[in-house]
Design a protein around this ligand. Sequence first.
Ligand SMILES: NC(=O)c1ccc[n+]([C@@H]2O[C@H](COP(=O)([O-])OP(=O)(O)OC[C@H]3O[C@@H](n4cnc5c(N)ncnc54)[C@H](OP(=O)(O)O)[C@@H]3O)[C@@H](O)[C@H]2O)c1
Length: 296
Amino acid sequence: MTAPPENSAPTRVLITGAAGQLGRELCRTAPDHMQVQALDRAALDILEPAAILDALKQHQPHLIINAAAYTAVDQAESEPEKAFAINAKGPENLALAASRHGVRLIHLSTDFVFDGKAGSPYAPKAETHPINLYGMSKRAGEQAVERLAPQNSLILRTSWLYSAHGSNFVKTMLRLMKEGRSLRVIADQVGTPCWALGLAEALWKLADLRASGLLHWGDAGVASWYDFAVAIMEEAQTLGLLDQSPIITPVTSADYQTAARRPSYSVLDRSRAWALVGTPPLHWRAALRLMLQELA
Ligand SMILES: NC(=O)c1ccc[n+]([C@@H]2O[C@H](COP(=O)([O-])OP(=O)(O)OC[C@H]3O[C@@H](n4cnc5c(N)ncnc54)[C@H](OP(=O)(O)O)[C@@H]3O)[C@@H](O)[C@H]2O)c1
């Protein structure tokens, strides 16, 4: 981990959405020279500009990391106002306050800003074209940050996030597998799973480097949701987390309808962020094994 020069004052960091998957991992991995104020939704609602100003006055942060978001992709289709409030207006409030008070902002976004029609990994500057409400709301949040804090912000997109806490694909699959269910899992959507703990460690390095602009982060490799499910079963069995061997059947997106459309190819080009962070990226399957070890 990059360390600041000796005797330098700690960096004061305010984390929003601190009770979410990423928020928790940021708190868990914060290096000693980062003085963290972890604010969950009850402590700071990013929809309240006055509360944001109070938090800036009280904690005097050098950096805000916005880990708050509305992440219910299918539900967003039926409550777009809520998704846009949290994913677009919230970041706008933070970017405005941050730029007025000279505070740096790191904002998280998603692979779902792309339509999935590409045949090679999406570069950070690739044209966006979200195909669901969640992706549209996240893109609007990116645009607000780019507009209001163009110099002093980093937008980092990630994908298929999971951790030992919160609800995510890994924990849902594991629960269904333990119930002995046969599973049908989509095999024609390809992306990259990302362990939230690895993302948190990368974010601390990028914070030290004062990285700005747009970057993509994920673990190494690519997978379909089906590949991911099979790996979850095999790794969980190896670790003694799972006795059952459920049948996992690959299906197409057409066979498995969801409220929100999802990109068929959402692999992000993570090379620039990997180069900045400097350590070789972990393959997603190795990261999955480490996360499952936490549950064992
Ligand atoms: N999860 C994924 O697969 C995925 C994939 C790509 C990108 N991302 C992005 O990565 C980031 C972190 O995602 P995550 O998986 O850690 O999300 P998460 O687990 O859903 O956590 C989001 C947190 O934000 C909080 N929150 C919601 N509305 C808020 C508000 N108005 N003010 C303050 N806090 C609020 C939530 O609190 P409540 O629980 O009380 O609502 C929750 O604790 C997000 O920007 C997300 O869009 C996630």
